[in-house]
Design a protein around this ligand. Sequence first.
Ligand code: HXC
Length: 268
Amino acid sequence: MESPFKSDILKGKVALVTGGSSGIGLEIARQLGLHGARMAVSGRRQEVLDQAVSALSADGVTAMGLQGDVRSPGSCEAWVAALGERWGGLDVLVNCAAGNFLATAEELTVNGFKTVMEIDTVGTFTMSRAAFPALKKAAGGPGSGRSGACVVNISATLQYGATWWQSHASAAKAAIDSLTRSLALEWGEFGVRVNGIAPGPIDGTAGMAKLAPGARDLVGATIPLRGRMGTKWDIAMAVVYLASPAAAFVSGDTLVVDGANWMWKPKV
Ligand code: HXC
């Protein structure tokens, strides 16, 4: 779909999307790049990263791949250092790396619970913490008049109520939403905005395939906005907005992008 934003809205920005080598993360990287940002994507598998960088380059996006794991502080710090060396800093961080699977609380092992917490929540903290010195520098400090730097945390809506067989991911995403508010509070004075996006059911993603296998029509029927599934583009456009000067005074918020799905109730 054609973007409603000007194609140079993020010109001059350097952005990193963790978990950006596939799925929603890759589309976020593509759209940030198509709007002028130089793009880095991180991921665990080198061959998947290489494919992502080729696809982004084919679309005219300036892109680089950064291999590693958000569970490793060393990886996160090395990525920020690489961006500093190659492109002089970092303006936009999108924390998109996540892990998930269906498991009843009874069957879920403690290590299974911890693994999702460590990728989603601790990974978001680890990456944000590693990026903060560069983001602070990019924002230019108090009164600098520069346009600011930002973090966008990709969350979910499953934690707003309770979701079957998702005790681990619900806890992890609720903690991410809390982190979004805490970091916005602490980093505002440095000109670093911190927001989140909570996607609903998104077509063609690992999340849909893993978490709602064969249930596309059932899920579609619970989406008030025209009964359509969300697309990766819908999420990427929300990130472009939050990263752009149009969101200059938006911080500490998590924007729900789900066609009103989470508040769905049957007609009675
Ligand atoms: C029960 C499972 C399991 C499963 C793994 N575990 N898969 N338990 N059911 N299907 C348990 C393991 O038994 C182990 O515990 C622990 O989790 C760690 O497993 P590993 O395979 O060693 O971990 P790792 O290699 O780090 O893999 C992490 C992962 C994996 C989360 C398990 O699936 C992954 O990397 N996924 C990334 C891609 C992904 O999931 N994308 C979808 C994101 S969707 P024990 O006790 O045996 O050692 C998403 C959307 C959220 O986030 C919102 C949706 C609406």
